[in-house]
Design a protein around this ligand. Structure first.
Ligand code: PLP
Length: 389
């Protein structure tokens, strides 16, 4: 299998697995225990917290471990709604992940107001429209993703923070797809909350982080034993936390050592090969503000469901849209918000690379796409011939 679905999940890095295993085998003590074994686990958790904080240029005290991106997002929305009831509004965009969309639906169901800021056809939020929408005394929170999971489009986060703060609104960013891929710095881009997820950055599933700026108050979603400085009740997922710390450290190293350029080169070669053979290919998303690891494109008249079957047979693991929605291929709300027609959306494939992919993977996948498209065309030709007879 050539795995090109990193935006759905990533393989656990062997070094991450190595780091977490002792916490499944020997170091199983409860970190709240007062004896030496418990204190040792506590120290390891705090080291992980420092590693995750370093990736974001945050302070360790600003990092809360959660069960993943979805929980972090839900926790932020619930906290802001509870602490600032006098400000009813949450602003999102139409291209957010289902976790934000559904949490926003709950915000509205509980009496709040949700406003959807428009995006340009290239997937970037319309800053002028957003500026007009954010209202002092009304908007409590602006919740906009840093990098889109379907298209890889990057948000102008700095500008978003500046205009939201000027109107007294808080800013949350779903950075699940951005973390470990681009440089994130919560000091130079002073978001108030940031969510990230372990399994999108070579740690296991079921562990994530919520960055909560020291400037803001927070009310926990889960209450219980007072863990995580009273910000998230429940005995800590110690192996997951250790894994995430190691994954964050490795992500920082990979960001620093030129791996980004290698991955971009690979993704660009992949797109170039396909475009050369199938010039009708249309790449979704802003060409200059797009994750270097994501390729989402439409091959007009090439039904994605059929292409996925052929690609699967060729040993290529990729996606037709957001993985969370696979099983039932319905139109992507992200592409719809960008003004892509339902027909083109149904002919869209997403390939997402991770640091274990090679140039050979990219080239083999491109050839498989081209071959699958030819097969589809042949099949369509046969169908047409049958109809005309
Ligand atoms: N946000 C984005 C952009 C995602 O891609 C995902 C996962 O697909 C999530 C949030 C949810 O994260 P998790 O799977 O850790 O709950």
């Amino acid at each position: 299998m050539i795995y090109l679905d990193a935006n759905a999940t990533t393989p656990v890095d062997p070094a991450v697995l190595e780091a977490m295993l002792p916490f499944l085998r020997e170091h199983y003590a409860n970190p709240s225990a007062s004896y030496a074994a418990g204190r040792r686990v506590r120290r390891a958790i705090e080291q992980s917290r420092a590693q995750v904080a370093a990736l974001l240029n945050a302070r360790p005290a600003e990092i809360t471990f959660t069960s993943g991106g979805t929980e972090s997002i839900n926790a932020v929305h619930a906290s802001v709604r509870a602490l600032w009831p006098e400000k009813p509004e949450l602003i999102i965009t139409g291209t957010e992940h289902a976790a934000v969309m559904e949490s926003a639906r709950r915000w509205q169901a509980q009496g709040g107001k949700v406003t959807t800021a428009p995006v340009h056809p290239d997937g970037r939020v319309d800053l002028d429209a957003l500026h007009a929408l954010v209202r002092p005394g009304v908007t409590a929170l602006v919740s906009i993703m840093w990098a889109n999971n379907e298209t890889g489009v990057l948000a102008p986060m700095h500008e978003i923070v500046t205009l939201a703060h000027a109107a007294g609104a808080l800013v949350h960013t779903d950075a699940v797809q951005a973390a470990g891929k681009i440089h994130l710095d919560v000091r130079t881009t002073p978001v108030d909350f940031l969510s990230l997820s372990g399994h999108k950055m070579h740690a296991p599933k079921g562990i994530g982080t919520l960055f909560i700026s020291q400037r803001v108050r927070f009310a926990p979603l889960l209450v219980g034993g007072g863990q995580e400085s009273e910000r998230r009740g429940g005995t800590e997922n110690v192996p997951g936390i250790i894994a995430l710390g190691k994954a964050a450290e490795l992500a920082g190293q990979h960001l620093a050592d030129g791996n980004k350029a290698r991955l971009k080169c690979m993704r660009d070669r992949f797109e170039h090969l396909i475009h050369a053979a199938l010039p009708e290919m249309r790449i979704h998303g802003c060409p200059t503000h797009r994750l270097h690891t994501t390729s989402s494109f439409c091959l007009p008249e090439m039904d994605a469901a059929g292409m996925l079957i052929l690609l699967d047979q060729a040993g290529i693991a990729c996606s037709a849209g957001s993985a969370c929605h696979t099983g039932a291929l319905h139109a992507s709300h992200v592409l719809e918000a960008m003004g892509v027609s339902a027909r083109d959306a149904a002919c869209t494939l997403r390939f997402s690379f991770n640091r274990f992919n090679t140039k050979a993977d990219a080239e083999a996948a491109a050839h498989a796409v081209i071959e699958s498209a030819h097969k589809m065309r042949e099949a369509q030709g046969c169908e047409l011939a049958v109809i005309s007879h």
